[in-house]
Design a protein around this ligand. Sequence first.
Ligand SMILES: N[C@@H](Cc1c[nH]c[nH+]1)C(=O)O
Length: 359
Amino acid sequence: MPTRAETNAKAAQLRAGFEAQGAQAVEPPILQPADTLLDLYGEDIRARAYVTSDALRGEQMLRPDFTVPVVQMHMAIGAEPARYTYAGEVFRRQENDPARANEYVQVGYEVFERADPAASDAEVFALIANALEPYRVRAVTGDIGVLMAVVEGLDTSDMRKKALMRHIWRPRRFRALLERFSGGVPVSPTREALLAGDVDAGAPLVGARRQHEIDHRIAALREDAKTPPISQKDVDLIEALLDISASLPDAIEQLHDLSVDLPVIIPAVAGVVARKDALKSRGVDVDKLAFEGSYGRTSMEYYDGFVFGFRSVDRPDLPPLATGGRYDALTRRLGQGREIPAVGGVMRPGVMLELESSQ
Ligand SMILES: N[C@@H](Cc1c[nH]c[nH+]1)C(=O)O
């Protein structure tokens, strides 16, 4: 294991590399306001953040990442376009594996730029790929935007779309919901009775929900029961999209095939094509670059476009050396009326050093 001093030295060197590319170094505070920011990360990080309270400032958390505070800072004061870099610790509770670090150093690069999103995606990816040149890595890419476009374009109720959208980040739950909404799962006798109005009005209230919340939920379930099922054809198309795992050019071909039946994905697929061209002009070997339809669905919930990660080929047991993605909607949520396309990524100098010592 590298020492803290070694990791910090490596981090400083990587950050200097990003500064040399024109990024401005920023140092967001370690303590961040939890009550306003924590929701932006989604369920997984929310459960893993170290939260504490402060009599003057309210709920505070040890920063679980830099992207959210950097976006917040940029939306408040930043000139456009902007590039930022940072190095420092992030903190996340580990629930299952005590061997995994609950604090580690990240070095990141974030681009806020309207002009050409595909070029910005490629810039972030290529800079990180260059910094990882000394290691044997395998990169995987994906695009959450394609999946979101499918869900948004589904021929079903808003309630179902919202539920699916919320569960994009929980692949198993997503599949189960899809199956239910397409009528693939028989309605249980208790649910049947509930929908038929067969509710014991005298039953005592147990649990945290109040009567009006229960009534509201039952009304929503009844409304939902009247919604026609999502067609099996749409379900199959979504599954085909999620199952894509190929080189980027082959994946694009499959996406084009799918867009014949799923025209809602045409703009998002055009974005994947533009990104491939931009990556190519940055010198990335796109023919060997992997693309997975489901990639990025277990990470930060603010991603809504390009997603990527780099892992060691020889040490798949180690955490990824780098991860990142596009988060346009996050700038809107923190922008108080303003928004700007944005993309970034982080590297983990600690993991890089660990690899160096085992190479
Ligand atoms: N903040 C992300 C990485 C990232 C930076 N920019 C975009 N994504 C993380 O900690 O996983």
